[in-house]
Design a protein around this ligand. Sequence first.
Ligand SMILES: [Zn+2]
Length: 335
Amino acid sequence: MVKARIPAPRRSLLLGASALLGTSALLAGCAAQGSPSAAGDAAHRSVAPSASTTGAAGGSSSVAARPTPGEGGESPASPTRSTPAPSASGTSASAAPSASPYASPSAAPSATRTAAPVRPSPSGTPGTAAPSTHAPATGVLRHTASGGRTVALTFDDGPGPATGRVLDLLAQYGAKATFCEIGDNAKTHPAAVRRILAEGHRLCDHTVDHPQPMHTQSHEQQVAEIGDAKADIEKAAGNAPEITWWRAPGGDFTAENERIGADLGMKSLGWTVDPRDWSRPGVQAIVSNVQQNLRPGGVVLMHDGGGDRSQTVAALEQLLPWLVSQGYAFDFPQS
Ligand SMILES: [Zn+2]
């Protein structure tokens, strides 16, 4: 059962956190948090080359990266969102694989929910186990539903100006994808939310306003971020869509927030391939990263929101036909 939302305190709590952490820390976008996740998602880590993306389940921990101010920021509240000019030219040829998104030790989904002391949820609903804040999540999903030669494309931080173009391209190739949406953006772009659903894609909760690092927020703040976003997305969609997953900003999953998502009926959605499109590394870098790191059953992280996504769109123009030519079928993540 889902806990009630906590409307009022969130903003002020966030502001308080901002004061404590420094604004830049919060605005930094998906800056990585040391453990247990390592954010590949959104924006916001400084470039940290590294190891392979596949196999993220057992992945190495990532480094806490400093935010990259002004970098495409995913700060969802940012008014400056650029238009999705579908550019075509690739620039960088570098194809450094991205950091492993998670540091969770393994993907044994069952381990988590047991030993935690029960802490009353903010709404007073009993039964919410609240594991220690920094305990790693263990149930993060990083595989397609069907397995085999399938891929799950996921787009974070929208809806935004690039969402329409992404949807056009997906339609052109008959591809289905999953959109991890920011609650505030869903409220701003309800038509995009409805189009996503109408065209057969699925939705994922990506918090109200993308707080980072998520695991340092209070339990109540995290409940509000996840629960309110779900409600925002559902309201924008207008038809009570099933929201199967949620994704922590920067992949900052912990046992605690994983439990919050589970109480709201959602699984934690990770990824296996992070081409770091948010950092605008060049179209070819994005393309090459996916081509080199994708394995059958993989989950690719890209972004349709959070800044200028023209490189992402241009990369998608190449990746979609490539995926088809490689025999990949488009799938949703496991659930
Ligand atoms: Zn994000």
